[in-house]
Design a protein around this ligand. Structure first.
Ligand code: NAP
Ligand code: GCO
Length: 267
């Protein structure tokens, strides 16, 4: 049974896996037997810092590169380099992402576009760069990190919701287009996870009380709490392993039950 979930011999490229969710997925893949972890970030300094963090966590089969996922030419060159220096890419996790919390009517077009570029266009760029070799081998796993905002909206996150909603459909389309080559493309939809991205929403108030958004999320989540990045480990391994070979175009929400819940009734 364990073999079904084994990643033995597999190389996984996880974009933006310097910390947060990407790092937790990388750790999980190593525990599941992955041969090599490949990640990319935007600067040499961030790359070295991340490599130090991996080594400190006892992970040495890791390869860090500097590459902005929105730069199509650089991504294609990176994929070539990975092939030469590490080997084939068995698993791609489109994890790199940003959010801007700005009311839509105050947001500039450039700000909106930047979120779309990183959160939606880049997963297309990275997937398109790895699909040809996966087609040739007739095997591959692509996992797109979606969001609650693939399904729900809220104030100030219009660009992010538009991108993550689009990413859900890109996931279904990659499945539709390449399923016949034994390529599975699925999404993980994390709920509210305690990472640097969500740190501003959890910062205590000046008087020491909880941030109102922190209380709001705890009330909105049946689990009654924020989730930890490590809680994505099982679903991320499942979607990268043989165990999910017949699962395609699916978004696996890992949200402590948010999407199933109408919210706590007022006392
Ligand atoms: P995070 O802590 O902010 O980490 C995001 C990573 O992506 C960072 O390493 C960042 O590097 C990298 N990155 C951003 N833009 C990049 C680019 N253009 N090229 C290469 N790397 C880039 O975020 P996280 O919370 O772990 O989120 C990871 C993914 O999960 C994102 O797609 C996010 O939208 C999604 N997600 C998060 C949550 C949550 O509650 N935290 C929930 C649902 C979905 P820099 O240091 O250079 O910025
Ligand atoms: C926000 C949050 C979210 C989460 C996550 C939810 O401001 O509402 O940042 O968007 O990061 O994507 O699943």
């Amino acid at each position: 049974m364990n073999n079904l979930f084994s990643l033995e011999g597999k190389n996984a490229w996880i974009t933006g896996a310097a910390y947060g969710i990407g790092f937790a997925i990388a750790e999980a893949y190593v525990k599941a037997g992955a041969k090599n972890i490949i990640f990319n970030v935007r600067s040499q300094e961030a790359c070295q810092k991340a490599l130090d963090a991996y080594h400190a966590a006892g992970i040495n089969n890791v390869h860090g590169y500097v590459c902005d996922v929105t730069d199509e030419v650089a991504v294609k060159a990176l994929v070539e380099k990975i092939h030469q220096e590490v080997g084939q890419i068995d698993i791609l996790v489109n994890n790199a992402g940003i959010i801007k919390r700005i009311p839509m009517h105050e947001m500039t077009r450039a700000e909106f576009q930047q979120v779309i570029d990183i959160d939606l266009v880049a997963p297309y760029i990275c997937a398109a760069a790895v699909v040809p070799e996966m087609m040739e081998r007739r095997e591959g796993k692509i996992i797109n990190v979606c969001s609650m905002m693939s399904e729900l909206g809220r104030e100030t996150v219009s660009a992010y919701a538009a991108a993550k909603g689009g990413l859900k459909m890109l996931t279904r389309n990659i499945c539709s287009e390449y399923g016949e080559y034994n390529i599975q493309c699925n999404g993980i939809g994390p709920g509210y996870i305690a990472t640097p991205q969500t740190a501003p929403l959890r910062e205590p108030q000046a008087d020491g009380s909880k941030h109102p958004f922190d209380s709001f999320i705890c009330a909105k989540t049946p689990a009654g709490r924020w989730l930890d990045p490590e809680e994505l480990a099982g679903p991320a391994v499942f979607l990268a392993s043989k165990a999910s070979d017949a699962v395609n175009g699916h978004i696996l929400y890992v949200d402590g039950g948010i999407l199933a819940y109408i919210g706590k009734q007022p006392k």
